[in-house]
Every structure is written in structure tokens, then in C-alpha cells.
Design a binder for this molecule. Structure first.
Ligand code: C2E
Ligand code: MG
Ligand code: MG
Length: 920
């Protein structure tokens, strides 16, 4: 009877309260029904920011409302001393905590909801200046005893080789004048503060006994509460700012603010610091983002007087003559005499870019822009005679490229490809705003505003993210534009085809049409007849296609496109004067040549002839070509098909500029086709994982393994992943391989744990292809595997590649963060020197970078240069706090080199081959 009544009440509330949670299935109905019978105690600490009322409600009120009113649970709130609350939670007398930082230790007693807020860790000081991590060297840092932050600090100290003493104290409040470690949720000022890391996120925690409530809480969060919580945090930041800021103002400053109408500012092109956004047509970046927030919160109109692409000297002039009030200006000794500076907004990295050309170490001349903070820093590290100063950035870059100087010191290294240059972080400098001397009141006000901007680092992160998104978006748009052009081309081709059909009717009457109108070459119709009549002919069969012809048409117009076709036809005619040249479509030509033995020479002649044409050279027109030697027994059509496959291969793989369709080539194309077809049905049965060990190079201990896919095909024998992975990607099956290997890896961990082998710092990594990562179910699938085998994410790592970040980076980062919140580590695989995502690496949620074997091979090719690149990259990764795994270690000497240069982990045949019976 009671049950019926309950169901009635439950359904009653569904019908009449539209603002109540609607269970998603029968199981949820049953869970809620059961839980509603109990009294659940919700705990949080007193004297914590979660109790502050912002616009009439506290953070705790929101969580209480979610559980009590939205889910209809019987909730009792209990506040208390944090130690007591967590103790009661462990004893299960409190069943839910409004917020609890996720750690793997705590996962033993609690199940966590999706994250509600991020904590970041800072070292701050009320008195001592701190500008970079290095300032902690030979200093003490105070932190609360028993806090989970200790591990984070240890890592930072270790990675940066700092001599820093950690002092554990009861309460850091007593040590605020010294360096203390604390999270961003405390209200301390922004002055003398640097971020040292992200703490795992905080979530609502439920005792494991009631874990089934968590998915329902997550649904509720998604449906309405996460927006509400976000807004609460935002309002809180604003209010804390306002209160602290207003309290800090003097009467004179208050009056100044009352009377001021607007402030004029001008920005300069400084990479992500400030850049002209082509999307929004205004200046964006870190400095604009911070200033917009500050002035908005002060209710002052900030008038952006920037001009796109304005020279620095011109901006500086406008500033000096008082036409703008504020500019971004780094402090130098000279400038400090003439201007006022605000407190720092941000720490900017200064990069030294070294050329790899020639005598890298013998000549040390380094370029730098005159009268800048960079110059001051450089003078600290290098001798007078090594430094060359420039007024003009472009001139410096020109000299650098012409090898007149061997290094430059700059702010924005993104234009320099890592493989061609060694890029290292030389130092960090504080970025300030500059004001004219008369603006002393405004300077003091700005200082107070900057110091009270609690969410400054969030604003900076968001701005950095936005600048990178815009950059990638631009790349993406360019790509799309070309595909847009492709559609137009296809359309044109269709129209042309229709047109040519119409013409075909008349063709019989008009012999001239046997020739291509534009070029005078033989037309497709003649080609068909030619094939029918000459099937047994011997010789060479060629297929040629111009490269990037669509771009030429687009950028220079169709009439120039036509000229290019005519010109290319002339070249063809001159080289293959005795042969048959057909124009098959737009920029595609088929050639039959009597020449059977020296056809390659003719190809080179053709290339030369393209080069000697003024027009083709000017426009950089090149071609891709495939050919085959035709025997009597192959039909002409088949021979052209083979040549076409070879041409397509050249295009697709950017392989040289011509390719012969040999028997082997044709075989391999056919093999690929067989593989593509047979993959589908055998992934579950014929695929398995092997494990290659990874070693910690500092301690020489086994610290993990990479799971690699193997395929023992009943049809084809052993097939290498190098062969099947790209093909599986083409036919959209790679995700099934990845999921299979992921499952094997997780199963393997379960197996090792069951054997009670101690694997504290041990992880198995598996590869996830970009295609797989784009899937919507990738996170939930991995989560469900963890659940299925009751394995903690801390035993796992996923390996992804850089190419993944070209598309929808926001989605990717969200997914990576979701996996990270499960304890899974993220590693960038196949990192080579050719591709510059270093700028991006700093903001990606990545833990490890795997250096590809090719980097090691470049040492064998050119020892000095190869080592310089390798060491440069190691330095860079260390400065980004990333761990390094070097792949493909094959010899003792390679291993020694890596150890000497403090690479963290190693993997390779010398240390251990992939094996199937790993920990069996
Ligand atoms: P990877 O992820 O970079 O894996 C490392 C490859 O280097 C493996 O080749 C490994 O056997 C090989 N290797 C290890 N040590 C040495 C060494 O000392 N010298 C040399 N020359 N090679 C070494 P494998 O197993 O053939 O895999 C090749 C690639 O196939 C992998 O490169 C990975 O990109 C892909 N792959 C393998 N399994 C999977 C999978 O399950 N999913 C996805 N998406 N890709 C996979
Ligand atoms: Mg890998
Ligand atoms: Mg690799």
C-alpha cells in the first residue's frame, strides 16, 4: 500500500511539477523511489566561500535545491568543521558533500559527479615579489599539513630543478608574508601570485553506497544546475571584486572615477597578448580581455583607439603626445624615468630562436629589438659583442634568415618551425600598462583593480584559448574555401558535360570537334575510339594532372586558367610530338607514347619544358603523373586505369612527382582493397594486443607499457598496423580496433591487479586515432570499460596525435578533460620536429609527449644538428612541465644520450620488444 502511495506521489509530482527531475528510465524511477525514503545528510564546511550569499543565495543553497526540490530527496544540511565533516562522511553519517576535490585516494570512499568548479594552485605572497617559478629557488614555501597540494608542488620543484624547501604548517594564514601555496578560491589578492598547476576538479561527492544517485545528479546538473552554478561563480567574482576594490580606493580616487568619462587605449600586434581579430574586427587577446573586464566592472568606457597593423613607433608617438592614455608597455630602466607603469598583468615568455644553419655554436651573434625589456634580459646573459640591436622587427628577421645573425630574441615564436630552428624559453617578463606621468591617479586605481581581479587567470586562459581557436579556425576556413571551389568546379564540370553531350549530337557533322577546342589536343571522344581500335598496342601509358589548378582558376580567374591549360598543352605537344596526347577533362591529360624504354627521360624533359615556360614558372604550375609500360596482353583501358591509380597515388601521398604503376604497385593497391574489405568482419576475432614496456630512465624501473594492435589474418597472414591502421581509418573502422585494444589494456590491468602485483606508478597506454576521438561516444565508451572491469583510470594513458587538434579543438579539449578527470593521462604520440603545435601544447590538457623515432634517426644523419634539435625540444618540454617518452631506442649509446639529457621515460627494442605474454 505504502509503495502504491509512493508511486502515486512520484507520478503526481511528475504531472504537476514541471520543474522537477524526470527520470530517464525505469531503473531511475526505482532508484529515486528508494532514495526518497531515506534521510540524506548533505555536508559542507562553515566559514567557506560556499556559504556566502550572492544575490540572495549561496552555492550550498543551489546544491540543496538540486537535491531537495529538483530530485525530491529528503535532505538535511549539516555545516561544520572540515575535519569533522570529512570524518562523518567516511563514517557514512554524512552521505553527500556539496564539493570535494577528486583524488584517487578519495575515490575509494566516494563517487563523484561531473566537475562543478576548477581549482588552480598558486604560490602567493603578501610581501615578497614573485615573477617566475625560478623565484622559488632557495626559498621556503608554506602549505597546510595534509593538503592534497603537496604532490603538485613536489612535481614543480623536481621538474624545474629548484632548491625549494616545503614547510608544512597548520594554517597558512600565519605565513602570508612568505610564499604560501593555496588555491584560487581563497580571496587573496592577485599581486605576487603565480599559478603552478590545476588541481583535479571539485565535484559533488556521494558515498559509494549510494553511487547510483550520481548519474541522476549529473543529469540534473546538465539540465539546469551547471548554468546556475556557473552564473553564481561569475556573480561572486564580480561582487568580491567590487567590494575589495571599492574598499581599497582613497577619496581622491573615488572622485576621479566619478568624473572620468572615458579612457583611450591603443593595442599593438603582440601575438596572443593582443592581436587584430579578423573575425570581430577589433583587437582581442590577453590584454584587451583583462582590460575590458576591469573597465566594465568599474563602469568606465574604454575607447579602443587602435588602428589595424599600426607600427609600434607610431603607437608609441600617439602615446607620448597624450593622444591615448594607455598602452601595453614593458618596463625598462629608461622608460621608468619617463612614464608610469601599472603592476604586471601577465607573465610573458621571451623566446630565443636559434638557427640550425652552419656554425651554430661558434658564432653567437644574437639579434634583439632595441630599448626593450628583451634587450635588458639578453644583456644579463650575453656579452656586449654578441648582441646586435635593431629598431625594426622585419629587418631583424631578414638578417636572421640571411644568416647574418644566428639567434634572435622574440616574444612570438609561432612563425618558426621547430624542425628548422631550436626554440627555447629564455626568461619570462612581466607585462605592464604604461601611462603618462600626469596620470598617477589612474595608475593607482588600475593597480588596485588588477590586484583585486580574482578571476584574472581564468580571463587570461579564456583569451589564450580564443586566440588559438581563431588561428585554427582561419586554417579550417581556408581548407573549406578550397572545397567550396571544388563544388563550383564539379558544378562547372557537370554543366560542361551536359553541354558536351548536346554538342556530341552535332559532333558527327562537325569533324573539328574531334579536337579539343581550347588546346587543339585530341578529345575524349577520340580517346574512346583510339582504345577500341588499338587494344594490342605496346608502349607507355601516361596520366597527367596539374597540381592546384583549382586554386589558379580561383585566384587568377578562368581566362588565366585557360591560358595555363594551353601552355601546358604546348609543353606536352613538344615533348610527345610523335605520340598521342588527349585532353580528357579540365586539367587532366592522357598520353600514349611509342617510347617503351626511355620514357623516364621524356618525363624529365617535360618537367624542364614546364620550367622553361614563363607563365607556368610564374604561377608555379606543376603536375602529378602516373605511368605504366603496356604489354600486349593488357587492354588499353586497363593500362590507363593503372596509370591513373599511380597518378592518384602521387597526388594523395605527395609522393615525388611521378610514379610507375609496376606490377608490385598494382598488387599493393589490390592488397589494400582486400584489406579494406576484410577488416569489417574480423576485428573482434583476429585482432589482439601486444605490450611494449616503458622504462623510467631516472630509476631504471618498468613504469608502463604501450598496447599495440596486432592482426593475424586467416586470409592474409600477419598484417602490420602500419598497413592496416590507415586503411581502417579510410573505411571508418579504426574506432573498433581502438576500442578493442582499449578493452584489452583495461582487462590486462584488471588481470595484474587480481594477481596482487604491486603496480603503484604503472600505466598501460593505448592509441586513439583522431577518427575515433571525433566520435561522440569515445568518453562514455572508455568510462564504461573502466566500470566493466572496475579499473581506476590512474592505470591508463591514451596516446593521441597532434594532427587531431586541427579540427574542433574545443570539443577535443572537453573530451580530454573528461578523461583526465577519470585519472587517465594524455600523451602526444609521434611528436616530430616538423610540425609546430608548441604554442598549442602549453594550453592543451596534455601530460606527456612521445618523441618519435625519426628524431633519433636525425641524430644518426647529422649528429651535431640532430642532437641540437633533440636537446632543444627536451628543454622546451621541460619548460612546459611536460614529461617526455623517447620512442625507438635501439642502442646503448642512444639510451645514454637520453639519460644524460634527463629524458623521463624510454621505449624501444633495446629496452624491450612488444610481447604478447606481458604479465601473464
Ligand atoms: P606508435 O604508437 O608510435 O607505436 C610505436 C611503434 O614503434 C610500434 O610499431 C613499435 O613496435 C615500434 N617500435 C618500438 N620500439 C622500436 C624500436 O626500437 N625501433 C623501431 N624501429 N621501432 C620500434 P607498430 O606496433 O608497428 O605500430 C605502428 C603504429 O601503428 C603505432 O605507432 C600506432 O601509430 C599505430 N597503432 C598500433 N596499434 C594501434 C591501435 O590500437 N590503434 C591505433 N589507432 N593505432 C595503432
Ligand atoms: Mg603509440
Ligand atoms: Mg609513437
Amino acid at each position: 500500500m505504502k509503495k502504491i502511495l509512493l508511486i502515486f506521489i512520484v507520478s503526481f509530482s511528475f504531472v504537476f511539477s514541471n520543474n522537477m527531475y524526470k527520470p530517464k528510465n525505469d531503473i531511475e524511477v526505482e532508484i529515486l523511489e528508494r532514495m526518497r525514503k531515506e534521510t540524506l545528510v548533505l555536508g559542507d564546511r562553515t566559514n567557506y566561500f560556499t556559504n556566502e550569499k550572492i544575490n540572495g543565495e549561496s552555492f550550498n543553497d543551489i546544491i540543496y535545491d538540486l537535491l531537495k526540490n529538483y530530485l525530491g530527496l529528503n535532505i538535511e544540511m549539516r555545516l561544520g568543521d572540515w575535519r569533522d565533516i570529512t570524518y562523518e562522511f567516511e563514517k557514512e553519517n554524512i552521505q553527500i558533500l556539496t564539493n570535494f576535490t577528486q583524488t584517487s585516494e578519495r575515490q575509494k570512499i566516494a563517487t563523484f559527479s561531473t566537475k562543478i568548479f576548477n581549482e588552480k594552485l598558486f604560490v602567493t605572497s603578501k610581501k615578497k615579489e614573485i615573477n617566475s617559478i625560478q623565484d622559488l629557488n632557495k626559498n621556503k614555501v608554506y602549505l597546510a599539513e595534509g593538503s592534497i597540494y603537496e604532490e603538485f608542488l613536489k612535481v614543480i620543484i623536481n621538474n624545474n630543478d629548484l632548491k625549494t624547501e616545503m614547510v608544512l604548517v597548520d594554517d597558512t594564514i600565519d605565513y602570508e608574508d612568505e610564499f604560501v601555496l593555496e588555491s584560487n578560491l581563497s580571496d587573496s589578492a592577485e599581486k605576487n601570485k603565480i599559478m603552478i598547476g590545476n588541481v583535479p576538479s571539485s565535484s559533488i561527492a556521494v558515498i559509494n553506497k549510494h553511487a547510483e544517485l550520481v548519474p541522476i545528479i549529473n543529469n540534473a546538473m546538465r539540465e539546469q544546475y551547471s548554468d546556475r552554478i556557473d552564473k553564481w561563480f561569475q556573480d561572486r567574482r564580480y561582487q568580491v571584486f567590487k567590494k575589495n576594490f571599492e574598499e581599497s580606493l582613497t577619496i581622491a580616487e573615488k572622485n576621479y572615477l566619478k568624473n572620468i568619462k572615458k579612457i583611450d587605449i591603443a593595442y599593438e600586434e603582440l601575438g596572443e597578448m593582443s592581436y587584430f581579430s579578423n573575425e570581430k574586427l577589433i583587437y582581442e587577446g590577453i590584454v584587451p580581455a583583462v582590460l575590458k573586464t576591469i573597465f566594465h566592472r568599474m563602469d568606465i568606457f574604454l575607447d579602443d583607439k587602435s588602428k589595424p597593423a599600426e607600427e609600434w613607433s607610431s603607437i608609441f608617438n600617439r602615446f607620448k603626445t597624450g593622444k591615448v592614455d594607455l598602452i601595453t608597455l614593458s618596463k625598462t630602466k629608461n622608460r621608468e624615468q619617463a612614464f608610469l607603469f601599472t603592476t604586471k598583468i601577465f607573465d610573458l615568455n621571451i623566446y630565443k630562436v636559434n638557427s640550425l644553419k652552419d656554425s651554430l655554436y661558434s658564432k653567437k651573434r644574437i639579434g634583439v629589438i632595441k630599448d626593450t625589456r628583451q634587450e635588458e634580459i639578453l644583456r644579463r646573459y650575453y656579452l656586449e659583442e654578441d648582441i646586435v640591436t635593431y629598431d625594426n622587427h622585419n629587418k631583424m628577421i631578414k638578417d636572421f634568415e640571411a644568416n647574418k645573425i644566428y639567434s634572435i630574441v622574440i616574444i612570438n615564436p609561432e612563425d618558426f618551425e621547430i624542425g628548422k630552428y631550436i626554440i627555447e624559453i629564455l626568461d619570462t617578463i612581466p607585462v605592464n600598462l604604461g601611462l603618462n606621468k600626469k596620470n598617477i591617479l589612474l595608475r593607482d586605481i588600475l593597480d588596485k583593480a588588477i590586484n583585486n581581479l580574482l578571476d584574472k587567470n581564468d580571463i587570461i586562459e579564456a583569451a589564450k584559448f580564443e586566440s588559438r581557436r581563431e588561428k585554427l579556425h582561419k586554417l579550417e576556413m581556408e581548407r573549406k574555401r578550397y572545397s567550396g571551389i571544388l563544388i563550383i568546379v564539379i558544378f562547372t564540370v557537370i554543366i560542361m558535360t551536359v553541354q558536351s553531350y548536346r554538342l556530341k549530337i552535332e559532333e558527327n557533322k562537325n569533324k573539328e570537334l574531334l579536337k579539343d577546342e581550347l588546346t587543339g589536343l585530341l578529345s575524349r571522344r577520340v580517346f574512346n575510339e583510339f582504345c577500341d581500335k588499338n587494344n594490342e598496342i605496346e608502349g607507355s601509358i601516361l596520366v597527367l594532372d596539374l597540381n592546384n589548378f583549382k586554386k589558379i582558376n580561383d585566384f587568377h580567374g578562368h581566362s588565366l586558367g585557360d591560358e595555363v591549360i594551353v601552355e601546358a598543352s604546348k609543353c606536352l605537344k613538344s615533348i610527345f610530338s610523335k605520340d598521342k596526347v588527349f585532353r580528357i577533362s579540365g586539367d587532366e591529360f592522357y598520353i600514349y607514347s611509342y617510347e617503351k624504354y626511355e620514357i623516364e627521360e621524356k618525363l624529365w624533359d617535360l618537367k624542364e619544358s614546364f620550367k622553361s615556360s614563363k607563365l607556368l614558372r610564374r604561377l608555379g604550375v606543376s603536375f602529378s603523373l602516373g605511368y605504366c609500360i603496356k604489354e600486349q596482353k593488357t587492354s588499353l583501358k586497363e593500362a590507363f586505369k593503372n596509370a591513373d591509380m599511380a597518378m592518384y597515388f602521387v597526388k594523395k601521398n605527395k609522393h615525388f612527382w611521378y610514379k610507375e604503376a609496376t606490377k608490385d604497385f598494382i598488387k599493393s593497391v589490390e592488397r589494400k582493397e582486400i584489406i579494406r574489405k576484410s577488416l569489417e568482419g574480423v576485428i573482434e576475432t583476429e585482432f589482439f594486443a601486444v605490450y611494449q614496456p616503458k622504462f623510467n630512465l631516472k630509476t631504471n624501473t618498468l613504469e608502463g607499457a604501450e598496447a599495440l594492435a596486432r592482426w593475424e589474418s586467416s586470409e592474409l597472414g600477419f598484417v602490420s598496423p602500419v598497413e592496416f591502421i590507415p586503411l581502417a581509418e579510410e573505411v571508418n573502422l579504426v574506432y573498433r580496433i581502438d576500442y578493442k585494444i582499449a578493452e584489452e589494456s583495461i582487462k590486462k590491468i584488471r588481470h595484474i591487479l587480481d594477481k596482487e602485483i604491486n603496480i603503484k606508478d604503472f600505466r598501460i597506454s593505448f592509441n586513439v586515432s583522431p577518427e575515433t576521438f571525433r566520435r561522440e561516444d569515445v568518453v562514455s565508451h572508455i568510462e564504461s570499460l573502466l566500470e566493466k572491469y572496475s579499473v581506476d583510470g590512474k592505470y591508463l594513458e591514451i596516446e593521441i596525435t597532434e594532427s587531431m587538434f586541427i579540427s574542433d579543438i574545443k570539443d577535443i579539449i572537453t573530451k580530454l578533460n573528461a578523461l583526465k578527470s577519470k585519472g587517465i593521462r594524455i600523451s602526444i604520440d609521434d611528436f616530430t620536429a616538423g610540425y609546430s603545435t608548441t604554442g598549442l601544447l602549453a594550453t592543451l590538457p596534455v601530460d606527456t609527449v612521445k618523441f618519435d623515432r625519426s628524431l633519433m634517426l636525425s641524430i644518426a644523419e647529422d649528429e651535431k644538428k640532430g642532437k641540437a634539435i633533440y636537446i632543444g625540444l627536451i628543454k622546451m618540454m621541460k619548460s612546459l612541465n611536460l614529461k617526455i617518452v623517447s620512442e625507438g631506442i635501439e642502442t646503448e649509446s642512444e639510451l645514454e644520450f637520453l639519460k644524460e639529457n634527463r629524458v623521463d621515460y624510454g621505449q624501444g627494442f633495446y629496452l624491450g620488444r612488444p610481447t604478447i605474454d606481458f604479465y601473464n
